[in-house]
Ligand binder design. Structure first.
Ligand code: GAL
Length: 362
C-alpha cells in the first residue's frame, strides 16, 4: 500500500500528493504486482498506429517497474475520454498519464483527480487551463515544425533564391495544443519566404484557423486539398504542401493523385509529415510523401513510466524545461525529447533503431 508522499518537482514548488493504492481488476488492466500501485493511462485514439505504440509502451514500462496498469482509448471523443478518466479515478489509480483529445475539456475531471491527490502527467499534448496537471512529457514540438519547414526550404532551394513556388499549408486539430507549436515553428522559417514572394499561397489560406484539420483526420485533409486544387490550381501547379502529420499527408496525397499529380509532367509536390507511420514510410520509399518527422514514442513512453515511478517514490523527476510550457494557468515542468527528420535518404534509421523491421518496410 502506498503512503502519503511529498514530491518536489525540479524547479517547481513542492507538491503535496496524497496517494492511496487501490488496484481493482478491469478488462484493460494488467500487471502481476500490486506493490507499486496502479496507474491509469488515457490515450486518445486507436485510429493512428503511434498511439497504439504509446499505450503499449507506457503500460509495459510501468509493469516492468512493478505497477498495475489500466489503459483506455478515447476514440477521439472528448466526452468518452472524460468519463474514462472519471472511472479511473473511481477505481483508485495512484497516478494518471493522459494524452488529451481536447486539451480544454479536462478541467472538471482533473479537479476530481486533484481532490483524490492523484498526480497527473500530460502525455505528448499539453493540457490547458488547469493547475491540476503536474508534469508534461513530450517531444520538442516547435522543433517538429522547424524541421518540416526546413525540409521544404531545402528541397525548393529557397536559400539559393529559387522561386517563386506555390505552397499550401495544413495544420493539425484545433483542440490539440501541439498544433500551434508545429505551425508556429514552421511559419517562423517560412514567413520570410512568403514575405519575399519566393513562396506564394494561391488560396491565401495562411491563418491557423483557416488550415486546421479537426481530429487530424486524413479524409478531411483530402477534401480540403481537392477543393484547393479545383479552385486555385486550374492553371497553376502546387510545389509544396506543409503537412504536420502523416495521416494528413496521405489524405493530401490522395487528393493530389486524383488531381493528376505524380507523373513526370506533373510531379508530386514536396510533402512533409510526422510520426513515421508505416504507410507513410512506405510512401516515402516509393517516392510519394517526401518526408516525415520520426519521434521514437517508445522513448516517450519510457520517459512517462520513469516519471511516474519517480513521483510515486519521492524522487524528483528529471525536467528539461520548467518555464517554457505554459498552460494558461501555470508553467508545467516538461521533459522534451528530440524529433528527427526522415526521408528516403535515411529511413534505414528506423530499422537500425528497431522501430520497424526491414521486412515491414518492403
Ligand atoms: C499530435 C502528436 C503528433 C500526431 C498527432 C495526431 O498531438 O504530437 O505526433 O500523432 O497528434 O495523432
Amino acid at each position: 500500500m502506498l503512503k502519503r508522499r511529498t514530491v518536489l518537482a525540479a524547479g517547481a514548488a513542492p507538491l503535496a500528493l496524497t496517494l492511496s493504492a487501490c488496484s481493482q481488476g478491469s478488462e484493460s488492466s494488467s500487471g502481476d504486482s500490486s506493490e507499486g500501485g496502479s496507474v491509469g493511462i488515457a490515450m486518445p485514439t486507436r485510429s493512428s498506429e503511434r498511439w497504439l505504440t504509446d499505450g503499449k509502451g507506457v503500460a509495459e514500462g510501468l509493469r516492468a517497474r512493478g505497477y498495475k496498469t489500466k489503459l483506455v482509448y478515447g476514440d477521439d471523443d472528448p466526452e468518452v475520454q472524460v468519463s474514462q478518466i472519471e472511472k479511473l479515478i473511481r477505481q483508485g489509480v495512484d497516478a494518471l498519464i493522459i494524452a488529451a483529445i481536447d486539451n480544454k475539456s479536462l478541467n472538471d475531471v482533473l479537479q476530481q483527480a486533484a481532490d483524490a491527490d492523484i498526480p497527473v502527467i500530460s502525455y505528448d499534448r499539453l493540457i490547458l487551463g488547469t493547475k491540476n496537471v503536474d508534469y508534461y512529457v513530450s517531444f520538442d514540438n516547435e522543433m517538429v515544425g522547424l524541421i518540416q519547414a526546413h525540409y521544404i526550404i531545402d528541397k525548393l532551394g529557397l536559400e539559393d533564391d529559387k522561386g517563386p513556388f506555390n505552397i499550401e499549408l495544413f495544420a493539425g486539430s484545433p483542440d490539440d495544443n501541439n498544433t500551434k507549436y508545429f505551425f508556429d515553428g514552421s511559419m517562423s522559417l517560412l514567413q520570410p519566404f512568403l514575405d519575399s514572394k519566393q513562396l506564394v499561397v494561391p488560396s491565401g489560406e495562411t491563418q491557423l484557423k483557416q488550415i486546421t484539420t479537426p481530429r487530424w483526420d486524413g479524409p478531411t485533409a483530402q477534401k480540403r486539398m481537392s477543393g484547393l486544387l479545383t479552385k486555385w490550381y486550374r492553371s497553376e501547379r502546387v510545389d509544396a504542401v506543409l503537412s504536420p502529420y502523416d495521416g494528413i499527408s496521405r489524405g493530401v496525397l490522395s487528393a493530389l493523385k486524383s488531381g493528376g499529380y505524380g507523373s513526370d509532367l506533373k510531379p508530386l509536390p514536396v510533402i512533409t509529415g510526422q510520426d513515421a507511420e508505416l504507410a507513410s514510410v512506405k510512401s516515402i520509399i516509393a517516392g510519394q510523401q517526401s518526408q516525415t518527422v520520426y519521434k521514437d514514442v517508445r522513448k516517450l513512453a519510457e520517459a512517462a513510466a520513469t516519471m511516474v515511478d519517480d513521483i510515486l517514490n519521492d524522487r524528483s523527476p528529471w525536467i528539461d524545461d520548467s518555464t517554457g510550457y505554459k498552460n494558461g494557468v501555470k508553467a508545467v515542468p516538461a521533459v522534451l525529447l528530440q524529433p528527427v527528420s526522415v526521408d528516403k535518404t535515411n529511413y534505414d534509421t528506423l530499422v537500425t533503431d528497431g522501430y520497424f523491421t526491414a521486412g515491414e518496410l518492403k
